[in-house]
Design a protein around this ligand. Structure first.
Ligand code: FES
Length: 134
């Protein structure tokens, strides 16, 4: 354990458990949260896991960022875009977690292929709501 702490090891399940030879038993259910935690002792990994678990319960949540309604979770590693997202005057959203960019006018990722984002300009949302109400 002290070696892992000194070396800032991020995957304790491999560095400790797979390096030992021992027999072990378990009573009760497998605790996936503990095992996953021991594999993710870095900010990037734990953020990814937390967001993955959250996404399993809410895949459709949107949020307002500037003049846009966008999916709340970053298409890259699921960062909360209400905290990491910034939109410039041209409708380019940048996620500060890894500096990936999206053109909100098209939803296209400008940093890599794939990874589109769901986005709508707020004026368009308001118009759609008003059309539905009338
Ligand atoms: S989480 Fe990587 S760019 Fe958003």
């Amino acid at each position: 354990v002290s070696t892992n702490i000194r070396d800032h090891e991020i995957d304790w399940s491999n560095s400790i458990f797979l390096s030992m030879q021992f027999e072990v038993g378990r009573s009760g259910k497998f605790n996936e949260f503990l095992t996953t935690f021991l594999k993710c002792l870095s900010v990037d990994r734990i953020e990814y896991v937390e967001n993955w678990y959250q996404e399993q319960t809410d895949q459709t949540e949107d949020a307002e960022i500037g003049d846009w309604v966008v999916q709340r979770r970053c298409p890259h590693l699921r960062a909360d875009l209400t905290k990491t997202g910034k939109v410039d005057d041209d409708g380019i959203l940048t996620c500060s977690m890894h500096d990936w960019k999206w053109d909100l006018n098209t939803g296209r990722c400008l940093s890599t292929s794939g990874h589109p984002i769901r986005s709508t300009k707020i004026d368009e949302v308001t118009d759609a709501v008003l059309r539905e109400a009338s």
